[in-house]
Design a protein. Sequence first.
Length: 256
Amino acid sequence: MSDMSLRHEPERLQKEALEKLFEISELKPFEMFRNFPVFTPRFNLARFLAHYELFKKIVDLPGVIVDLGVFRGASTFTWAKLCEIFCPTDVRKVVYGFDTFEGFPSLSKEDGPVNVKEDVREGGYFGGKSVEKELNLAQEAMNHDRHLKHVNRIEFIKGKVEETIPGFIASKGNGLRIALLNLDLDLYGPTKAALEYFVPLMVRGGIIIVDEYAVDTFGGESKAVDEYFHGVFGKKPIVKKLAWHSNPSGFIEVDW
């Protein structure tokens, strides 16, 4: 995929400086992890804090977390580790991560033209050939530190969401409820399908994150969100955002 860290000159310069720091540092990898603010770009740290603020809104609600668009696992593991910190004995607060793990399956006309520079194309946003192995190893490492040894905080569901969601819902039965729905599928078709299947299962007070809402690059997501809510509720949703960061671009509070 194209390197998103090279879109702007300051990002390129920061990337070069941090990679140089990584190369010359005498710290072992684990010590780098422990001192992650030194090595983490401000943008990514701010995104982590944004997810934390949204997680706090659902920490005392029943229901699972559904993470749509795992990519390389940052959001999935953020939710899971926040669960371990703030809901350590809640056996039902788990994270389900959906992804093709092969990049975008296809684009529709609602998604607009192919944009290779922004990786908007078939196969775009592919996490890499080893991403599934890496995520499994990351989960194994996390499991050494989890409070309840018999509870797996993360379950990955591979495939096109239009095909995997119906079977997932059927397997969970009538008790499935969702406290937080993270929509980071970017494209019209998958986003529309996810909304149709999952919104009826949201608990009142829950949060729907629309990661690319009102973002030109991924117009299909905005179109899918507006169409779904207008069709079901007769009006577009109230989409709020955190004033201090642009990503995620918006969230919807479930008040119906």
